[in-house]
Design a protein around this ligand. Structure first.
Ligand SMILES: [Zn+2]
Length: 90
């Protein structure tokens, strides 16, 4: 028998998104509640191009962070609570 554990997390409980560089292992926290500017295009430590201009990844990340921020504001649970399911890490 296999048992898979998962957890349900309210979007209001997400404190930050981490951008982790594969090259130098630098980790950068982006708190959705405190977004004042776009996330960096390059790693602040080694300069790796995290979000190349020829892709839409940076715009997608901005939309994702803004969505989290907006959902956190309305996540009062009175009408519909937005929750994420997260599998237990192996
Ligand atoms: Zn790096």
């Amino acid at each position: 028998m296999t048992i898979n554990k998962s957890y349900s997390v309210d979007v209001a409980d997400i404190d930050s998104i981490i951008l982790a560089c594969h090259g130098c292992k630098t980790a950068l926290n982006l708190p959705p509640s405190d977004i004042r500017q776009d996330p960096p295009q390059r790693c602040p430590n080694c300069g790796a191009d995290w979000f190349p201009d020829h892709t839409s990844d940076r715009k997608t990340l901005n939309v994702f962070l803004a969505s989290l921020r907006d959902l956190r504001k309305r996540s009062d649970g009175k009408v519909c609570q937005v929750r994420l399911i997260i599998s237990q890490p192996n």
